[in-house]
Write a protein that binds this ligand. Sequence first.
Ligand code: ADP
Length: 267
Amino acid sequence: MKIGIDAGGTLIKIAIEEDGQLTFKKQPSAEIEEVAAWLTTLPEARVALTGGKATFLQSLIPHDAFQSIEFDATFRGIQSFLEQLNISLDHYVFANVGTGTSIHFADGDNQLRAGGTGAGGGMIQGLSYLLTELTDFNEVTERALSGDRDKIDLKVKHIYKGDKTPIPGDLTAANFGNVLHNMHDMTFTADDKLAAVMGIVGETVTTISIHAAREFKTEHVVYIGSSFLNNALLREVVMDYTVLRGFKPYFIENGEYSGAVGTMRLM
Ligand code: ADP
């Protein structure tokens, strides 16, 4: 049995390979001791680790685990998912939208970090709490779907008021920039605020990703990370904005396990 583990800032992603069959599970990083206790019951397993909490997890388990650099593991995992999906890309940019967001250039052989942003899954959780006091990720993502961003976000067409716009009118001119215009005659529900949170995170991640793609002269942008889990609105914002800007977005099923699968493949 082989086990690949990406111990991240928020979630521990686990890939298990047995008899050629891959299965996945995840656990909050706060429960790292439980993951260690589970591994301790599997002394024969070959274990590969990666992620910010890999060294700490190694200190809790009896295995002499293989460790790889997170960015290389993630790249290796993405390559393996793309192969399975029969998607062949010579060059692409990938954005890993985890607790924070890391953006990378990739060709057939290597990845190179292009940059990142603090807008990501941690921002979704923290800002959502500050605005609505909700802490459950799935409740946040589901309620965001019923929200109306238009009351909160200022679009280009709102500024141009019917005049011809120099860029598409539906582009966001200022995230949260419509609040003071609407504060006297509209109420902002929790759902509206959550939708605006997905908007600012999705648009920030996309903007940085497509700038990297342009610099790298590729049109392909692969998005992974647990922030997209059960989060149809974030996917929609990222997908629509990437397409609007003339690039091709890809979302990989189970892509959040790229680091876990990759470190196992590198072992
Ligand atoms: P990391 O490796 O930094 O932990 P992930 O790719 O696992 O990154 O993404 C973490 C983000 O995933 C969280 O910040 C949150 O937005 C989102 N998320 C998705 N599902 C959950 C969940 N069940 N519990 C907490 N966060 C979740």
